[in-house]
Design a protein around this ligand. Sequence first.
Ligand SMILES: N[C@@H](CCC(=O)N[C@@H](CS)C(=O)NCC(=O)O)C(=O)O
Length: 210
Amino acid sequence: MIKLYYLPGSAALAPHGCLEEAGADYELVRVVRENGRPTEPRNYLDLQPMGRVPALVDGEIVTYESAAVCMYVGDRFPEARLGPGTDPAARAAWYRWHTYLTNTVQADFMRMFAPERDVDSDSAKAEVEACAKRRLAATRDWIDGELAKAGGYLVGGTFSTADLFLAMVTRWGRRLDEPWWGAPNLGSHYRRITSRPAIQRVYEQEGLED
Ligand SMILES: N[C@@H](CCC(=O)N[C@@H](CS)C(=O)NCC(=O)O)C(=O)O
């Protein structure tokens, strides 16, 4: 059985949504962290060497990085049609969105949530946080426009794992002065994704309310 290692509302949320949408047989394992280190399961660093969530174990295969896990699940369960199929243009868009959302957008959220990882002094932390917020405000507007052009779903006009990743970062964006879900297209996208029965189950399993 597949195992997904997670913490509620974390970067494991989109992979969790992918597994539930796929109808996969999987077990959720909550990671326990103390003083910034995972303590349970005890071998967690063997699965995810940075000690972060998510990690996914599928038989002999161990993988991590939330965007990679989403694409892995999309390819692993082709019958669930969570990926782009074989069309090269759709695959290109699928790779592009996952990569952009993780290496640019998610990275800015991490700077906003934990500026102390980048700099030491309080004034530098405030500056890193403010810069990240400024970039995320511009990113919000740009993605909102892209969603309108794309017809409401990121890849090929239909639901895919990329939409689950976007909904995850939209939720993180509730902490900004102008919440991401306040933008018209991002808001309707978030509601469309989170009203899916599989995603409602995911929110219930993780104990999330918004
Ligand atoms: N790029 C990684 C980031 C994972 C990550 O930073 N996860 C956070 C939760 S959202 C975490 O485990 N934080 C604990 C820590 O960094 O010590 C991914 O997307 O999987």
